[in-house]
Design a protein around this ligand. Structure first.
Ligand code: ADP
Ligand code: MG
Length: 315
């Protein structure tokens, strides 16, 4: 496999002293032109992982690398190479400015072109994502959520980044609009060779869009592999439980209580207990599981699982 374009290596994040790690020793590698899905129930640390990769929250351990070289979260190279879209696009736009102005803004910040040239470029970029000039003249609250997310994509891609971090970009949209935005993201990957981290709690969406899938549970990475493998042949008991929850799919509140996030619940004096965080809920757990945390290990080529007793698909 090629060298990853962008990585988070053994990253940990905590929101203040005395808190347990929100994410703990998480590694994410993005390869050129691939879409990596990141799944797991609400609160497991997906957004924290995204924020860490965007340099928006500091790492308490670990590092970021860009093209194989360590990169500081405040480095301008990171800003230029890695852009993001979020669940609620309107929140990241100035409500008093037109979509066009907001999409042209990154060009102005980077001192590119004249005002007129920037407008032209922004209109082009908006047209490419399916926003007409007429729509572009409107303010965020005057267009639909789908139009607004398209404009957010235009703003994120106008400086031609190499990586797009997408944190639940379709979760707030109607299903029919979701499909259009997913199609647009797939096109961008093909046309621009953009690598993407695509966060979702919808396994169906991830299976249809992504090349690889990473599964998080309670702040840790528990499984990574080809999207088809994770969907069809999950090996971590938690991933198996996630698959069983399909087709209810909405893991934010649709899951049975037996697979709720355990972050914090296993606290002793503010420290997490050793061992697997899924152990208390896992049908396969043994004393070994509460004694020592399993680390990600390759079970099959490019299929990594952090489990002492991976699910055995054999008859
Ligand atoms: P996800 O995106 O998977 O739902 P998050 O990354 O938002 O999960 O949250 C991971 C953990 O970090 C949760 O326990 C959450 O309560 C906690 N957390 C997230 N953001 C903050 C914050 N700004 N301050 C304190 N704790 C936070
Ligand atoms: Mg989130």
């Amino acid at each position: 496999m090629k060298q990853p374009i962008f990585t988070l290596e053994n990253g940990s994040v905590r929101y203040g002293h005395g808190h347990p790690d929100a994410v703990s020793d998480v590694t994410v590698r993005l390869y050129p032109g691939e879409i990596l899905g990141l799944v797991g129930e609400s609160g497991c640390g997906k957004s924290t992982t995204a924020r860490a990769m965007l340099g928006l929250v500091p790492l308490s351990a670990g590092r970021l690398t860009l093209h194989g070289t360590p990169v500081n979260p405040h480095d301008r190279r990171l800003r230029a190479a890695v852009q993001a879209i979020f669940q609620n696009p309107a929140a990241s736009f100035n409500p008093r400015r037109s979509l066009l102005d907001s999409v042209a803004e990154p060009l102005r910040v980077h001192g590119q072109g004249t005002a007129r040239q920037r407008r032209e470029r922004a209109l082009e970029e908006l047209d490419r994502v399916g926003v007409t000039a007429q729509m572009a003249a409107r303010r965020p609250n005057e267009v639909s959520g789908g139009q607004c997310q398209r404009a957010a994509i235009a703003r994120a891609t106008i400086l031609r980044p190499e990586v797009l971090v997408c944190d639940e970009p379709v979760s707030a949209l109607d299903v029919s609009i979701q499909a259009q935005i997913l199609e647009l993201l797939a096109e961008l990957r093909t046309e621009q060779g953009l690598a993407m981290l695509f966060i979702s709690h919808d396994l169906g969406v991830v299976a249809s869009l992504c090349d690889r899938t990473a599964v998080m549970y309670a702040g840790r990475m528990v499984e990574q592999g080809a999207a088809t493998e994770i969907a069809g042949n999950p090996r971590h008991p938690y991933s198996v439980a996630l698959q069983d929850a399909v087709p209810s799919l909405d893991l934010s509140d649709g899951l049975a209580p037996r697979i709720r996030t355990r972050t914090g619940a296993d606290d002793v004096d503010g420290r997490l207990l050793p061992g697997c965080r899924f152990a208390a809920l896992c049908p396969s757990a043994t004393p070994e599981c509460t004694a020592a945390a399993p680390v990600l290990a390759e079970l099959a080529p490019r299929h990594e699982v952090a489990c002492h007793h991976p699910f055995d698909p054999a008859p």
